[in-house]
Design a protein around this ligand. Sequence first.
Ligand code: S3P
Length: 198
Amino acid sequence: MTKSKLNAGKTARITDVLGKRSIVLIGLMGAGKTTIGRRLAVAMSLPFVDADNAIEDAAGMTIAEVFEHHGEAHFRDGERKVIARLLNNGPQVLSTGGGAYMDEQTRQSLAGTGITVWLRADLDLLIDRTARRNTRPLLKNDPRGTLRRLIDERHPTYGLADITVDSRDVPHELMVTEILERLTEFLFASASPMSNSQ
Ligand code: S3P
């Protein structure tokens, strides 16, 4: 069987039990949330939504401009509200900005409405990926030092996610397949042998 046919079987089972919940990608800047999320959504025939884009639409300016004109606290307020609103639109694949999951209220909103997938990546990968774009206000100065600090600060909280997948420089299709496998394990782990047997 081809890989996409295998994935089709997995995604049908997942979407059956997903209901209105969103699959929510979390992790640091450069972990691949948008790139992988977009492909995961295609594989699952679900809409893909990028929370950072939705924040920019709501604000009528780029994230860098929000930081510059209104500060980070204002950005975090907007981020919390936008994500709470987007979570009403599931099922979907929702990619969130790196700081979103650090907000306790957002984690609470996610508890019933989303399945969280942490794309965990090491420092060198994050440096490599974030160096390709200079649009991130937090990485304007000393990106390596900043990312190292954010790894220390955020990884313990990201570890609360429902699922953790190691983001690597492998074909995107492989990452998608791995996420689908973990979602299947997560969603069906508690099912009894009887319910698996039909
Ligand atoms: C941020 C990550 C960014 C964006 C903002 C702040 C963070 O999103 O939300 O610049 O605090 O980690 P990405 O993780 O999509 O780059």
